[in-house]
Write a protein that binds this ligand. Structure first.
Ligand code: CP3
Length: 347
């Protein structure tokens, strides 16, 4: 494949500057689209949906069909890895995920790594189906949760907590937590490698709950596990570019980007472009960081912010995205307006 045949989003991850910039939105599949809700109503439950390649492929393609996004994010969930590793995972309407918890003495190696990776084979089939239907000008993004974010659910048992149980583990059960992170790294690396083999063009690591950690702990729970996971994925022979997303890294971002060999870095809503320009090497593509709440509000402030993000990163590889996932209540017209501004080169 020559550089001109390479899809735009992938070119940016390889260090090229493109105008208009490529765009996709985190959590674009599912949540806000009426066509998704219709498809979702036909699934027995959310896990079943994720493990049904025909339906998951359709959900992956929906936002690309509707908005002509440059990237398709695989329809799956970060918690499938825990399900494959033998923890019970359910998704309850109006509550979110409920996960069977691990204990400090119990560990997570309930099934061999190969078995866990094999249990996720319906996801690889989804990847293959999407890749065969997706235009070659579009990038298919595979993903997994980063170790700490997934470990949090295994320790806390659900989302929406203050995360204190898991954060106390970092001090009181350091060895058990490090083992849990290592187990997740091994299974996640095989999971990502299989996604790449099935046709994912790029991979993203969602560390959605990297926020609020003291800098000393941040290195142990976020930076090192992300670096280790990427190294392991490379060891398994994967060459696809990788995007890291340490959401809420704050002042730990400079140390993170120095140590984690990612090709792109996801930016959250709180970090300022000035800080990013100083902290992130030019060789690393930036992706982010429009506030999903401003996308709901719309209007002049949203348009100004889109333009200011575009101009802040005009001199470096940039993928337009949000600072966190799109919300279910987002008006489609606001997404369309943002795309119009991006595709008009900021006008
Ligand atoms: O664009 C996409 O939506 C692609 C697929 C995708 C899902 N989850 C589907 C999903 C992706 C990339 C994820 C990632 C994910 N899942 C993260 C990291 C990104 C982020 O938003 O921070 C996290 C923390 C999860 C865990 C999770 N899964 C939660 C907290 C919930 C409940 C609340 C919600 O809707 O986010 C889920 C369920 C989930 N995952 C849904 C979807 C479409 C909604 C389930 C439904 O339709 O009933």
């Amino acid at each position: 494949m020559t550089i001109t045949d390479t899809p735009k989003l992938l070119r940016v991850l390889c260090g090229e500057i493109e105008t208009p910039v490529p765009v996709w939105m985190m959590r674009q599949a599912g949540r806000h689209l009426p066509e998704y809700l219709e498809l979702r109503a036909r699934a027995k439950n959310f896990l079943d949906f994720c493990y049904s390649p025909a339906m998951a492929a359709e959900a992956t393609l929906q936002p690309v069909d509707r908005y002509d996004m440059d990237g398709a994010i695989l329809f799956a969930d970060i918690l499938l890895v825990l399900d494959a590793m033998g923890l019970g995972v359910t998704f309850e309407k109006g509550v979110g995920p409920i996960v069977e918890t691990v204990t400090a003495g119990g560990g997570l190696r309930r099934v061999p790594v190969e078995t866990a990776a094999q249990r996720l084979s319906p996801v690889y089939e989804t990847v293959g189906r999407v890749r065969s239907k997706l235009s070659s000008s579009k990038t298919l993004i595979g993903f997994c949760g980063a170790p700490w974010t997934v470990a949090l659910y295994a320790i806390e048992g659900r989302g929406g907590t203050d995360k204190s149980t898991a954060r106390i583990w970092a001090y009181q059960h350091a060895e058990a937590l490090d083992q849990l992170l290592d187990d997740l790294i091994e299974v996640s690396a095989h999971y990502l490698a299989s996604q790449a083999q099935a046709g994912a063009d790029a991979l993203m690591l969602f560390d959605s709950w990297a926020e609020g950690l003291p800098d000393t702990v941040f290195d142990r729970l976020i930076t090192r596990p992300n670096a280790k996971l990427i190294a392991r994925v490379r060891e398994l022979g994967v060459t696809a570019p990788i995007i890291a997303f340490p959401r809420g890294a704050g002042t730990s971002l400079p140390a993170f980007v120095q140590s984690v060999p990612a090709n792109g870095i996801g930016l959250d809503t709180a970090i300022s472009p000035d800080f990013v320009q100083r902290a992130v090497p030019r060789t690393m593509a930036v992706q982010g960081h429009l506030d999903p709440l401003l996308l709901i509000a719309g209007g002049q402030e949203m348009e100004d912010r889109v333009r200011s993000i575009l101009s802040a990163y005009a001199d470096r590889p940039h993928i337009f995205n949000l600072g966190h996932g799109i919300r279910p209540e987002t008006p489609i017209a606001h997404v369309e307006r943002v795309l119009e501004i991006i595709r008009g080169g900021g006008k």
